[in-house]
Write a protein that binds this ligand. Structure first.
Ligand SMILES: [Zn+2]
Ligand SMILES: [Zn+2]
Length: 129
């Protein structure tokens, strides 16, 4: 599955006032990502480890944050930069900046009901590439 137009943004709007990013994709789909979601789904190795440890703990929601604790509703994007033509990099208000959000990942993260039901029917882990 290539789906290049589905993972190619046509227009990206970052609103620090509403704390969300909206993306219009080339296939016409529209995604709105809250900063809380984006920060939580940070794809960097460190945050991935934290998520895996949580999953290994039988769903116990123990989260040890390396930076200042930010409650949902507080995280702010300090900076957003394009990474090449395939990804975005966010600097969060807790100082974390190592996540590279590829457009493919963002499209996968789309929180709209249509994409959520599609993701639920797909395998949750597609394995290592
Ligand atoms: Zn991270
Ligand atoms: Zn969607």
């Amino acid at each position: 599955m290539s789906g290049s137009s589905a993972s190619t943004p046509q227009e990206i709007t970052v609103s620090r006032e509403q704390r969300q990013m909206s993306v219009r994709w080339q296939d016409g789909h529209h995604s709105v990502f809250g900063f809380d979601l984006l920060r939580k789904e940070c794809p960097c190795a460190m945050c991935g480890d934290q998520r895996r440890q949580r999953a290994a703990g039988g769903g116990l929601d123990l989260l040890v944050l390396s930076g200042p604790i930010l409650r949902p509703g507080e995280v702010q994007a300090t900076d957003v930069k394009p990474v090449g033509r395939y990804a975005l990099s966010f600097v969060w208000s807790d100082g974390h900046d190592s996540g590279i959000y590829t457009f493919t990942l963002l499209r996968d993260l789309c929180p709209c009901p249509a994409c959520r039901s599609r993701a639920a029917s797909a395998a949750p882990e597609s394995g290592a590439r």
